[in-house]
Design a protein around this ligand. Sequence first.
Ligand code: EPU
Length: 342
Amino acid sequence: MHPDLPLLHDQPLDALNTFRIPARARHYIRVTGARQLDLLRADPFLAAMPRLVLGGGSNLLLTRDVEGVVLHMTGQGREVLGEQDGRVLVRAQAGENWHGFVQYTLEQGLGGLENLSLIPGTVGAAPIQNVGAYGVETKDVFHSLSAYDMASGELRTLSAADCRFAYRDSIFKHPEGRELVVLDVTFALPKDWTPNLRYAELAQAAREAGLEQPSPRQVGALVEAIRRRKLPDPAEIGNAGSFFKNPVVSREHCARLLETYPNLVHHAQPDGSEKLAAGWLIDQCGWKGRSMGAAGVYPKQALVLVNLGGARGEDVVRLAEAIQRDVEQRYGVRLEPEPVFV
Ligand code: EPU
């Protein structure tokens, strides 16, 4: 083992996942940059092991101990790089706290990330699932990222097209991207900013606050207030945000459902399909506020599963499966979990 490789063994992961599920990692390395990954690749024992790349642990459900090595991305640093084509480029290391980074850009007088305020997790995780909220997705403000290729040991720069962003999806969730470890992310923020209030709830909050021309910081504050009202703070109640993706169905399927359920929440997609609100479907099946053992459905937002105290991964899985069964039986729609299961 190389003396510069900070390898730890049998580490608890309880405090490193926002669901607060107890589990352990057989091996664990804090990664601040390419150096540790070079050393890991050079070690035949470690290189052959399964890996789990961990950011803020906010999109993760641990159902067992991690038998391989956890790469905990902890690199810190953020900087304004300068202007390009009417946009300001800002870079942050993967381990930076996402909300802290959003606040940093707002303090610099830069708008663009305010709708993504208060999302738990790290900067490095944002492109993995193309995090989004209130009408903005990571892809909309993304410039490029640096990733370490564990297969070749090379540093690669990926553009938005390379990342193949889609709804809560990117290349990093697919086999072609599995060897890539994100080290830093660069965002392109508009110099000529206008508020994005397309999300009805946010527009309403702005109206109620009497803000006709809100600043980026004011929009950020409105988003924070909405999130605090509806979503549990992981520091208080273990959770991983939305537990299911909003399902997309064909126009015909949606029309059939509307005949029986005229209040069905649905949004037409550019390709003609319809996106349904998983939270609404779960709510209608009567799951809001219900629990199974120590796992529950958050009373203010049915899309969020919570750890009521002492839940294990399998408790959450059992609850999720019961919800999936009910929703599928009633609406013929299979809900897909959003967090990564380990
Ligand atoms: N709804 C209900 N009952 C519920 C929850 C929702 O009837 O218990 C209805 C709402 O009334 C609304 C619709 O479902 O008509 C959609 O709800 P909401 O606007 O709260 O958004 P969402 O679809 O539940 C998505 C994202 C969130 C993001 C919000 C705001 C997904 C899976 N979730 O939630 O993202 O913050 O929109 O943009 O796309 C996350 O990914 O972890 C996350 C929190």
